[in-house]
Design a protein around this ligand. Structure first.
Ligand code: 1HN
Length: 346
């Protein structure tokens, strides 16, 4: 090679599509994870009037789904709520249908408000009430229908930031607007919800839980049965994971879902995890520190807790319980041997 200066060598390798690792090393390898996501709270009561506004101006024939995306200020493009996970709030009005489709992204809904809507998941009508957790695992057909009165709203959780980053996102319309019912209504929650009693005639079909709905009545019963004399976890109080009856593990391969009960006066021990988490306040008022910020969560608010951020949960009230719903990408990190979790000093 003819004599060239080092500056010329740098610019010429760039033209050849190469870069010197030694000039980028510190940007690529950090002693600890750095999350692009920031801690952030979305106020449900602030967003609710806009949800209602769009029910008047946008029909479900015009929108595939009437969803407000909760976009993390640090993760705008492509939009995500925390690393690998999405949160949105969906609204559907009486008589409306959200047409049948399927995608490789895993999804769930946690019901916030309203009754008498159902989602048809692979031919099974799954009815929803506030506090219910409904699953639509990847590549399951699903459409929503509201046969009740008043607005129906829920929190949508999806892992599409992950499926898209793997470049493994597929999407398909069913063709007909709705699926026909081909399975007894609420079949899966009737058959699979009994904990240690699983149906012997059924065989596992997918890595995800076969349960269409984890009803709030069962969740509430479990929390009540545990009672007040059990300590629970130092950081998260009485915390229960929704499980896949076939495996005892998470409900879907990339997302786990939990319910937390903080008793009045609970002061959590700080902790951190490489899992990125989204919290939703079901009942009561919680105070949550994430990194340097303290958030007062009102009922129905949603909070982004980025991976490896220090967090601490408090029950702000001394008379009422706090109940929080939490979902995270923990199962994906565990499968890749990237999960690290630790309690911190106060
Ligand atoms: C989706 O398909 C639903 O099926 C909800 O209800 C939210 C957000 C992004 C992409 C697809 C649904 C969604 C979504």
């Amino acid at each position: 090679m003819a004599e060239i200066t080092t500056d010329q060598a740098y610019s010429q390798i760039t033209k050849l599509g190469a870069e010197p690792l030694w000039r980028h090393y510190g940007d690529l390898f950090h002693p600890e994870p750095r999350s692009a996501a920031v801690p952030h709270r979305w106020s449900f009561s602030d967003l609710r009037p806009y949800m209602l506004h769009f029910t008047e101006t946008l029909s479900l024939e015009e929108a595939e789904r009437r969803v407000l995306m909760l976009v993390n200020p640090g993760l705008a493009d492509p939009p995500a709520t925390v690393n690998s996970l999405f949160a949105g709030i969906q609204i559907i009005m009486p008589g409306e249908t959200a047409q049948a489709h399927r995608h490789t992204a895993n999804a769930f809904r946690f019901i916030i408000e309203g009754e008498s809507a159902y989602t048809t998941v692979n031919g099974e009508r799954v009815h929803m009430r506030p506090g219910d957790l409904l699953l639509t695992p990847g590549w399951h057909w699903h459409d929503h229908y509201h046969e009740g009165s008043g607005p129906m709203m829920w929190l949508d959780g999806l892992d599409f930031p992950l499926t898209n980053s793997f470049e493994a996102g597929f999407f398909e319309l069913f063709g007909d607007r709705t699926q026909k019912s081909s399975v007894p209504d609420d079949f899966s929650s009737r058959v699979y919800i009994h904990g240690r009693l699983n149906p012997v005639w059924e065989t596992p079909q997918t890595a995800s839980s076969p349960v269409g709905n984890y009803p709030w009545s069962e969740t509430e019963r479990a929390l009540a049965a545990i009672g007040d004399d059990v300590d629970g976890s130092e950081s998260e109080g009485v915390v229960l994971e929704y499980t896949n009856p076939w495996t005892g593990g998470p409900v879907m391969p990339t997302i786990d879902c939990r319910i937390l009960r903080l008793r009045p006066g609970f002061v959590g021990r700080p902790a951190r995890t490489t899992a990125s988490t989204i919290l939703h306040a079901v009942r009561g008022r919680a105070t949550v520190e994430v990194g340097d910020t303290t958030f007062d969560l009102e009922p129905k608010d949603i909070l982004a807790v980025p991976g490896w951020a220090r967090y601490r949960l408090d029950c702000a009230s001394t008379s009422d319980d706090v109940v929080l719903f939490a979902y995270s990408n923990r199962p994906a990190l565990r499968a890749l041997e990237l999960l690290r979790e630790e309690a911190l000093a106060d």
